[in-house]
Design a protein. Structure first.
Length: 407
């Protein structure tokens, strides 16, 4: 099967027993849906397989900002993201009841399900989404065969595994997950509102932990269409009773952990279900196989507190879908010599390493109570506070200095 014979013919109808595609993407979360849209818009026949027609209401990525926006722009999703998300431009950063500094820059808040739906909406042909489940994959240097739970089959030159942390399919292929840090971090997600119905006095707010014993990295508050969303990131034993308290008596427990928060929230309440997630840091082994490539969490997990997961995912999507996959499809074969090019990509390696580095840094900055880390923590927030005060006295001066240093 050549690239010329596959990029122009429409994908086979979903009712047929065998579906022919250039690329089969397994997993229709954010990574898989973005990859499918990028590849399909480039003219490749894509089969995106997910067991849900509508994205699940999961507690995952809920805000996009900073350099992530530039990556969404390069991939062609920025307008759709702006339409789906709730924009904010200013984040008040506080600790111990006092303002540390203010972050200025565009960002968007939106539920994970809406983010995935946005990515899927960019598929040129909605029938590219196949609601089914992959039961088995047979790979080779040529064509890959995917057996679906419905009895249908997909034949594709390349398979992209975007299955997140679900490891059953990879395990069947001999791909195993190596845990680097078990139960590394815990995240909580919920929505809050003032009891009097009035708006909060900030667009968005980040409140950092005050005591190392509490294991609180920070609470991030940002707008979504349903109200003010709260993401709490912690490094603490998941079996600690405080985890139960956060689910059952969220308001009181939150103020106990972050007493300085009361100055900014006033009298508030939680308006929806409290969700939480325990994350292991892990990487896969045995993944270099003909015709199969892993992206996003399927390859390496991230620490949510570090905020590097989306950036890693976008690097994977951009490098695979705009550089490697089109080049691989242009020539015969899909052996490991091709697949290894993606895993050896300098940008991908740098993003993966930076993600792990930041995971360990956030944990140490939050929880380590030895003298060196205590001093480092104090200097970290002192430097930010001084920088903020200087910028208030001479607006724009720091930006000019940074620009000059980069020149």
């Amino acid at each position: 099967m050549t690239a010329e014979s596959t990029v122009t013919d429409p994908i086979a109808a979903a009712g047929t027993s065998t579906i022919a595609a250039d690329i089969a993407i397994v997993g229709g979360g954010l990574a898989g849906s973005l990859a499918a849209s990028v590849l399909a818009r480039a003219g490749h026949r894509v089969a995106l397989v997910d067991k849900r027609a509508v994205p699940a209401d999961e507690f995952r990525v809920e805000k996009i900002g900073g350099h992530q926006l530039e990556m969404f722009r390069r991939l062609g999703f920025i307008d759709a993201l702006a339409s789906a998300g709730c924009r904010y431009d200013r984040v008040l950063n506080v600790r111990e009841g006092k303002v540390v500094d203010v972050t200025v820059g565009r960002a968007y808040g939106l539920p994970y399900a809406d983010l995935v739906a946005m990515a899927r909406s960019q598929l040129p042909d909605p029938s590219s989404l196949i609601v089914d489940e992959v039961a088995a994959i047979t790979s080779s240097d040529g064509v890959q065969h995917l057996a679906l739970a419905s009895g249908r089959r997909i034949d594709a030159r390349l398979v992209v595994l975007a299955t997140g942390m679900a490891g059953a399919l990879g395990y069947k292929l001999g791909i195993k997950r190596r845990v680097l840090a078990e139960r590394h971090s815990i995240s909580f997600g919920f929505t809050i509102a003032r009891r009097d119905g009035a708006p909060f006095d900030f667009e968005a707010l980040t409140c950092y932990g005050e005591r190392t014993a509490d294991g609180v990295d920070y609470l991030s508050l940002f707008p979504v269409r349903a109200g003010m969303r709260a993401n709490l990131f912690m490094f603490r034993d998941p079996t600690d009773p405080v985890m139960r308290d956060l689910r059952r008596d969220t308001e009181a427990t939150l103020l106990r952990l972050l007493p300085g928060l009361q100055n900014f929230l006033g009298d508030f309440r939680v308006t929806d279900r409290v969700q939480n997630w325990v994350m292991d840091l892990s990487v896969v082994e045995g993944h270099l196989q003909p015709g199969i490539v892993l992206i996003g969490d399927a390859f390496q997990t991230n620490c949510p507190a570090a905020g590097t997961g989306v950036a890693r995912l976008l690097v994977d999507v951009e490098r695979l879908c705009t550089e490697y996959a089109p080049r691989w499809l242009a020539t015969a074969g899909m052996g490991t010599e091709k697949i290894s090019q993606f895993y050896s990509d300098p940008d991908k390696i740098a993003a993966d390493q930076q993600s792990l580095k930041m995971a360990h840094f956030r944990q140490a900055l939050t929880s380590r109570n030895d003298l060196s880390w205590d001093m480092r923590r104090r200097l970290h927030f002192l430097r930010r506070s001084i920088t903020h005060r200087v910028d208030q006295m001479r607006p724009g001066w720091l930006a000019q200095v940074r620009s000059a240093l980069r020149a």
